[in-house]
Design a protein. Structure first.
Lengths: 222, 112
């Protein structure tokens, strides 16, 4: 954890510098031939989605570890990852409809499985946080189960777009990008990953600090 | 008994939550290979599908009826704002917890 703590300022500086440079690279990238300027939302929408899905997986693995070994660190990590899934999920769920409004002519497509599974997964992690906040004693175990279910949704969210073709582009789109579009995407992706890693460490530290505080309060009362 | 209670607290929510997956798919009315039907209006059906291969356009080639600039600005503005607000509140929460820990430790030392 100490090594991770030392990494935080470096990661934050790297992420801030990369995010500051990103708009210039995105601006220099060419317009997409059918969608035009609005396709540029893609350069933040996709990295946020990848980070949100990764965070859901981290939360699920940490929750499973907590259920098996009952180590507090796993629980703290799960809670941190769940919160970040919700934060990056909000970014995905706000930037996506903005892109869709221009590209598809509507904010949302009820029949699109990718959109619906993403929303359901996000709501599950919101439920996780509500359970942690208001669930009382034992909510850590119950919320771990919710997190595992949320993680089980990740493959559905990712591959749904390839199996049930809706209006959303398939996962193939990132692999077939022209080089001048690929570079800004990779840049944004690295910036988001650096930021996510720093925030995950900080949020885990926060939860650890809260646990220490509760222990200290219990000691004072004794 | 304790193990059963713990198991029940895990298994039942898992079963309930897993029901959400087919429910979500059913709400979209989709089976493998089919295009979504249920829940999609005629307007949605006629909406253009996003291309699977993004192709770079030549300068001046794009003619847009609905201006895209506000959408792009709102999207990027929201991302920056959301991340900035989250980082700000994270620092505040961390600072508060550290202050409280120092305070309680001080009280413990004075008391002990």
């Amino acid at each position: 954890m100490r090594v991770a703590t030392r990494l935080v300022p470096i990661l934050l500086i790297v992420a801030a510098a990369m995010l500051a440079r990103a708009p210039f690279l995105i601006d220099a990238a060419p317009y997409e031939s059918t969608m035009g300027l609005v396709q540029k939302i893609f350069y933040f929408h996709v990295p946020a989605a990848i980070v949100a899905l990764t965070s859901a997986i981290v939360c699920g693995i940490a929750s499973a570890m907590f259920l098996i070994r009952r180590r507090p660190l796993a629980d703290h990590l799960a809670l941190a990852a769940a919160e970040l899934t919700v934060v990056f999920g909000v970014i995905v769920l706000v930037t996506g409809p903005l892109w869709a409004r221009k590209a598809w002519g509507g904010w949302w497509a009820l029949g699109d499985v990718r959109l619906m599974t993403t929303l359901v997964m996000w709501l599950l992690f919101v439920g996780y946080l509500l359970l942690r906040r208001f669930g009382g004693p034992g909510s850590d175990v119950l919320s771990s189960a919710v997190a595992i279910v949320g993680t089980a949704l990740v493959p559905f969210v990712y591959w749904s777009v390839n199996i049930w073709r809706g209006q959303h582009p398939t996962t193939q789109v990132t692999q077939t990008l022209p080089p001048e579009m690929r570079w800004p995407l990779r840049w944004s992706m690295l910036a988001f990953v650096a930021l996510y890693t720093a925030l995950l460490i900080l949020r885990t530290q926060l939860e650890r600090g809260r646990a220490q505080l509760e222990e200290a309060y219990a000691e004072v009362e004794d | 008994m304790v193990a059963w209670v713990a198991l029940r607290r895990v298994v039942i929510p898992c079963v309930l939550m897993l029901g959400l997956v087919p429910a979500a798919l059913a709400s979209a009315g989709c089976t493998a290979g089919e295009k979504p039907v249920l829940g999609a209006t005629a307007v949605q059906q006629s909406r253009p599908q996003s291309p699977d291969d993004f192709v770079a356009a030549k300068p001046g080639e794009i003619q847009e009826s609905l201006p895209a600039t506000p959408f792009v600005f709102i999207a990027y503005g929201f991302v920056w704002l959301a991340l900035a607000v989250y980082v700000f509140f994270m620092w505040r929460r961390l600072a508060r917890v550290e202050r409280d820990i120092a305070d309680v430790r001080g009280r413990l030392q004075r008391g002990g």
